[in-house]
Design a protein around this ligand. Structure first.
Ligand code: SAM
Length: 248
């Protein structure tokens, strides 16, 4: 990738997310995120992250800072950055240090962080640059955990084709190959898929807009995933979300 094409990619991302941050809060009843569709993965993510008291962490691609606020509430000193100026403007909190920067060229010193944490961000970035930067800013023995969407489920691929306006043209859900490349240079890695059967209630919400129907479907389907995925781990690649962990 040339400097010019990286710049173009950054412009597209910045413009899209600046616009989103400036527009009013979304009260769309069909909105999967607002209806709690990612809550289960987020809980699993926080459990895997573990205690944050006294840790210095980097919220990687922080958006408007909702996760940074949670990390700070749990006792961490949080540095956070995003490429969107308007998003970073909304990040608030006494122990949160927000900055505007690109993930591919971080302005932090080597070995600065115990933990690098990112939600829905790797798949917006140039992975070879980002992998190098994460390895640089983590202290030895430090961990990085990311919660990311996966590319392989045919139903989700169809849904994404039908709803292009919901995301930037430059983002790409992650393939297993990209994940393998991203993780290979770290000393230790872990991959877990979430939301296989439990993508189906998303369709119910999209069509009906009924949150109660959606939540009932979600409870049932999450229980099914909880049974199925540990028994058939090969199905994890078809999940919607994954938690990817690396250790330096
Ligand atoms: C799906 S949002 C996730 C934001 C936040 N982590 C959250 O969960 O709300 C993706 C974010 O990545 C940011 N972004 C995209 N490309 C970036 C890059 N190259 N460097 C830094 N941030 C970037 C966008 O501005 C946007 O805020």
């Amino acid at each position: 990738m040339t400097d010019r094409s990286l710049e173009t990619r950054h412009d597209v991302e910045r413009h899209f997310h600046d616009h989103k941050a400036k527009s009013r809060p979304d009260s769309d009843p069909h909105d999967f995120y607002a209806a709690g569709g990612l809550d289960e993965v987020w809980r699993a993510y926080l459990t895997q992250v573990g205690p944050l008291e006294g840790k210095t962490i980097l919220d990687f691609g922080c958006g408007e800072g909702w996760a940074a606020a949670e990390y700070a509430r749990r006792g961490a000193t949080v540095h956070s950055f995003d490429i969107s100026v308007e998003s970073v403007r909304k990040v608030k909190g006494p122990v949160i240090h927000p900055a505007v920067m690109a993930a591919e060229h971080l302005g932090y010193r080597a070995g600065s962080f115990d933990l690098v944490l990112g939600v829905g961000i790797l798949h917006h970035t140039e992975l070879p640059f980002v992998r190098r930067e994460i390895a640089r800013v983590l202290r030895r023995g430090g961990r990085a955990l990311f919660m990311e969407p996966l590319a392989h489920n045919p139903l989700l691929r169809a849904f994404r084709k039908l709803t292009p306006g919901r995301r930037t043209p430059t983002e790409q859900p992650m393939t297993m190959r990209q994940i393998a490349e991203f993780t290979q240079e770290f000393g230790w890695t872990d991959f877990r898929g979430y939301q296989l059967v439990s993508i189906l209630p998303q369709g119910v919400l999209w069509v009906t807009g009924s949150r109660s129907l959606f939540r009932a479907g979600l409870r049932l389907s999450e229980a099914m995933d909880g049974w199925l995925l540990p028994r058939l781990p090969a199905l994890q690649r078809y999940c919607w979300s994954a938690i990817i962990e690396v250790r330096k």
